[in-house]
Design a protein around this ligand. Structure first.
Ligand code: ADP
Length: 327
């Protein structure tokens, strides 16, 4: 991202400045200490050497030259050291600046993608609604029945938009930190099943419950939402007169919840993407009656992560799907 290039350079500049201030202060200190040492050793030589005391004029010039020479060498070494610190410091600072800013850049990029995806999804129903209304307004002989039909169709689009807006809101809140308390998995599963019973019955789908008592550390509202999404999908993507099984059980010290259906299934090439935002498998797009925006599973996954759980899936076209929530 362009905005971040200058931020990288500015942060590198600050790091280099701090390193150089420390290095120069250190050099000044070394210089003053070394100069004092040289002076003190020269004074010692002068005091201890009888020859120098007898002929001070002759030796003074030689000693002074020595002192100047040592001083020059000290300065050259300190300047070289600072040049080296500057070169190494600049490279290290740039690396450090990248490391510091990378997570921020990634989150800004993710936000941009989210906004772009969301506006793309919002545009489609809005464009459909606009086109219908414009055609209706242009039709001078529009009957009352046709107008009612048009309003109904617009209402459907408004419903879709409302559903999408809700999904987007839940998605933005899905990463929130949640307090984990012991919750009963089978009780929440039973509650969700009762709530979605009418939806299943409308398609003559039997929801079988095999619920064993399981207590897990989680947040009830998050678990409720995840199970609702998985069960709702199982109903949506199953043909009429099939069976869905909901299981809760404990194994190897972990709590599990499984939703098994005998629906259309998912191709193995599409499996890695189904938890992506706005992703809908081709198979589900072709089922015109199945409404959705491809947000459910991405919400479920993020909610699961926020309560330290994972979601796995096994599925095959025509074989049905099995989603497992593991605590
Ligand atoms: P939506 O259902 O709104 O399309 P989701 O994020 O819940 O979005 O699901 C993403 C995609 O994963 C769906 O479009 C569908 O293709 C596939 N999918 C999810 N659950 C199932 C299931 N139980 N059976 C078959 N396909 C499924």
């Amino acid at each position: 991202m362009k905005a971040f290039d200058s931020a990288y350079l500015r942060l590198t500049g600050w790091y280099v400045l701090i390193i150089m201030v420390i290095s120069l202060m250190f050099s000044v200190w070394v210089h003053s200490q070394a100069t004092r040492e040289i002076r003190m050793s020269v004074d010692r030589i002068v005091q201890e050497s009888p020859l120098v005391r007898v002929f001070p004029g002759r030796f003074q010039a030689v000693i002074e030259e020595h002192v100047q020479d040592s001083h020059r060498r000290l300065i050259v070494r300190l300047v070289s050291l600072n040049a080296l610190v500057l070169a190494v410091g600049a490279i290290a600072s740039y690396g450090l600046a990248r490391r510091t800013l990378r997570p921020i850049e990634e989150s800004v990029e993710a936000q941009h993608r989210f906004t772009a995806d969301a506006s793309h999804e919002l545009r489609t129903p809005l464009a459909a609604m606009k086109a219908e209304i414009e055609v209706g307004l242009r039709d001078k002989k529009l009957t009352k029945n046709e107008a009612v039909g048009l309003l109904r169709s617009s209402l459907e689009e408004v419903d879709r938009l409302e559903h999408l807006a809700e999904g987007l809101l839940v998605l933005t809140q899905a990463d929130a930190v949640r307090p984990l308390t012991p919750v009963s998995l089978e009780e929440i599963a039973a509650k969700v099943t009762r709530r979605l019973q009418a939806l299943a019955e409308a398609k003559h789908i039997a929801v079988k419950r095999q619920l064993k008592p399981v207590i897990v550390p989680a947040e009830e509202a998050a678990v409720d939402k995840i199970i609702s999404i998985l069960l709702d999908n199982a109903i949506k993507y199953s043909p009429a007169h099939t069976e869905i099984t909901l299981k809760t059980y404990q194994k190897d010290g972990h709590g599990f919840l499984k939703v098994e259906d005998h629906g259309i299934g998912i191709r193995s090439s599409e499996l890695p993407h189904i938890f992506d935002r706005f992703y809908r498998a081709d198979s589900s797009r072709s089922v015109a009656s199945v409404a959705g925006h491809g947000l459910g599973l991405s919400i479920a996954k993020r909610l699961a992560e926020s309560i330290n759980a994972t979601i796995d899936v096994k599925s095959g076209p025509g074989k049905g799907s099995e989603f497992t929530l593991r605590f």
